[in-house]
Design a protein around this ligand. Structure first.
Ligand SMILES: [Mg+2]
Length: 402
């Protein structure tokens, strides 16, 4: 029988539990905030419900993030009562995002451009191959290639020129492609990378017209979470703007990327899916106002920022290549399903831009449900699975020592 050891003090605690990174009671008692102020976590009552407060003042602590001996942890309520504190496993988180994106992408590739009615007659239920591009199962597309290009560049620190160089290498030399050949590229992305290759400044390469709001920056933005997550909100927005603008410089694309990364950040910090959705309805509009985003643009996001998007029927959710459609569809899929598998299949089966809707949904779903929730047979069918895992480990290691 495998024995679980406390990830903080290494004490042997018994059989490997439901929460594989949980810390022992003695270590949990030392949980503190970033400034080493002691925290107390408890249940409200027997029915569950989570409470966090400062030990010295009883003042509420509005976060699940805590530190034990300097190690980053998350507190949350266990399903049958009690509070569990888990040490964050950064390599696992990075893998769950990169593989979450790539599996969602690969599920959608064979049915890209199919309309919803046609796909309904033969829905995707498993990793298929061939179809639209006649490529074998597990072939991911531009969404994942550019995601990996970004992740790899971030491992060496934040340098827009380095990210741009990777993008150019992808377009011109098939870098980070699934099978040595690029087969899918959006118009705005192709034009912007062409400008980057010709020497344009990274900040000025992306289209800025209102009609340049395809989902091409949203589809590759996920790994930026790991770089910006500890920064102040305005800085997170600014860096997101820069990275989106490599290919998509219009504020709508930037706001979509920002919303997505803020959602990811809350999930990373231990929030539930609906908890995060609700929190963003307060925090995102406030930040957009602070950074002077035109209220007309903010209003376009009102189905996310004001409404209950999960209550909308499927025929009100669109899944074209327009950035707002992709963002709405991915959040809708996430909030109306209960597993990674169901979320990405629902996304792909919306039809049209299936690979990108799958990839964007898959990044958040992978992060929230965890690496083990991504079906192993799908992960292992992915082209370059081991390269992707190595990339994730490399990024996590570099971020941990940065
Ligand atoms: Mg694609």
């Amino acid at each position: 029988m495998e024995i679980h050891h406390c990830p903080i003090c290494s004490t042997a605690l018994g059989p490997v539990p439901r929460y594989p990174r949980y810390v022992c009671r003695d270590c949990a008692a030392r949980a503190a905030d970033q400034n080493r102020r002691k925290l107390l976590f408890s249940n409200v009552d027997m029915s569950g419900g989570y409470m966090a407060e400062y030990a010295d003042s009883g003042e509420a602590y509005n976060s699940r993030v805590c530190y034990i001996d300097g190690i980053e942890c998350r507190a949350g309520e266990a399903r049958f009562g009690g509070i569990v504190i888990e040490a964050v496993d950064l390599p696992e988180k990075v893998k769950s995002v990169l593989l979450g994106v790539a599996v969602g992408d690969a599920l959608g590739v064979p049915v890209e451009f199919m309309n919803r009615d046609d796909i309904r007659r033969n829905p995707v239920t498993d990793m298929r191959g061939y179809g639209t591009y006649n490529l074998p199962p597990g072939t991911y597309s531009d969404d994942s290639s550019l995601t990996f290009c970004l992740a790899e560049a971030l491992a060496d620190g934040y340098d827009l020129h380095a990210i741009a160089r990777n993008f150019v290498k992808w377009k011109e030399e098939n870098y980070w492609t699934a099978r040595g050949m690029m087969f899918d590229i959006g118009i705005a992305t192709a034009q912007a990378i062409g400008r980057l290759a010709a020497g344009a400044h990274p900040d000025e390469a992306g289209g800025t017209g209102e009609d340049s709001n395809g989902n091409g920056s949203l589809m590759r933005i996920a790994p930026l979470l790991f770089y910006i997550r500890g920064m102040p909100a305005e800085r997170r927005f600014e860096i997101t703007r820069e990275v989106s603008s490599l290919t998509h410089g219009h504020i709508r694309s930037v706001v979509a990327c920002h919303y997505y990364l803020e959602y990811a950040r809350l999930l990373f910090n231990g929030a539930g899916l609906f908890e995060a959705y609700g929190t963003l309805q307060a925090t995102v509009p406030e930040l957009l106002e602070t950074v002077s985003v035109d209220p007309v643009e903010t209003a376009l996001f009102s189905r996310l920022l004001r409404g209950n998007i999960h209550e909308l029927p499927e025929d009100e959710i669109q899944s074209t290549g327009y950035v707002l459609h992709t963002l709405e569809a991915s959040v809708w899929c996430l909030l109306t399903t209960g597993s990674y598998r169901d979320a990405v299949l629902k996304a792909v089966n919306l039809g049209f831009d299936t690979d990108t809707t799958g990839a964007v949904t898959g990044g958040l779903a992978g992060l929230y449900y965890g690496l083990d929730s991504i079906p192993a047979e799908w992960r292992h069918q992915l082209a370059r699975h081991d390269d992707i895992e190595n990339l994730a480990e490399h990024l996590a290691e570099r971020l941990a020592t940065a």
